[in-house]
Design a binder for this molecule. Structure first.
Ligand SMILES: [Zn+2]
Length: 266
């Protein structure tokens, strides 16, 4: 009976609660040593409160639900990963985008390797100082995390959020940073990736025109390119993604979570 009562207790009892594919922001009073799942998580300076720090914990899309622990300056705190039920989606694309030929496979592998090298790089400097915005104002047409089936044969999960965008819609930087990818890629099509510093990147895919260059510093709201339908798509839209310490996390939940730094006393 006791065990049953324990099971029925609201999970909100845990100080830290998060769903797979999402990011948890932990506010810290000082520079701290934060460790999650054996990995050291950077403790970074608050953009709004002097001498305050915070840590961002990304939870992998495929992380199993359950009780984990996070260590802050050696003190262990429970962190509960709740299972997020993502929707299923069926998408029809060109056959070449689900069964690439040998030459394309080589290109795909190189593009993947190059991008992962960038996403796993932590630039010590921070380039942003304002709340994050979205790259356009439009309707969300496909959420992050949807379990996808391409042409009824290829399974994958949606690593970003898709927004309705007719050809040529202006796409703007979510925050300030440095352009690290500005090229046409096999799946992502016309791609721009911005390094915001400290292991954080924003991604803008399927563009019809790229208006920035690698190495270029961009400010928030600066024009990056025009939306399109390049790469693995079923029609024109903007794919917007966030990478944190190399993990593809929910960009809308991330935006909400990081912007809490600008609310209240911080
Ligand atoms: Zn997408």
């Amino acid at each position: 009976m006791k065990r049953l009562i324990l099971l029925l207790l609201p999970i909100a009892l845990f100080a830290y609660q998060i769903k797979n594919g999402e990011v948890k922001l932990i506010k810290l009073e000082k520079k701290s040593t934060v460790v999650f799942e054996g990995k050291k998580i950077p403790s970074i300076k608050s953009p709004t409160k002097k001498d305050a720090y915070f840590a961002l914990i990304p939870i992998k899309y495929k992380e199993k639900p359950g009780l984990y622990s996070i260590s802050i300056n050696g003190k262990k705190e429970p962190l509960y990963v709740e299972l997020k039920k993502y929707k299923k989606e069926y998408i029809k694309v060109a056959t070449s985008k689900v069964k690439p030929d040998k030459k394309s496979l080589k290109r795909i592998y190189k593009e993947y390797k190059d991008a992962m090298k960038i996403y796993s790089t932590i630039t010590p400097k921070r380039y942003w100082g304002k709340p994050f915005i979205l790259p356009l104002h439009s309707k969300l047409t496909s959420s992050y995390g949807n379990a996808r089936m391409f042409n009824h044969m290829l399974k994958s999960f949606h690593s970003g959020a898709d927004f309705r965008a007719k050809m040529g819609t202006l796409i703007r930087a979510a925050n300030s940073g440095v352009v690290v990818i500005a090229s046409k890629r096999y799946y992502a099509g016309g791609s721009v990736v911005i390094d915001h510093g400290e292991g954080l990147y924003s991604c803008y895919f399927h563009l019809s025109k790229i208006l920035v260059k690698v190495g270029q510093k961009v400010r928030q709201k600066e024009l990056l390119g025009l939306s399109g339908k390049s790469g693995r798509v079923s029609g024109p839209h903007l794919h917007y993604g966030i990478r944190l310490y190399s993990y593809a996390v929910n960009p809308l939940q991330f935006t909400k979570e990081i912007n809490t730094l600008f609310k209240g006393n911080r």
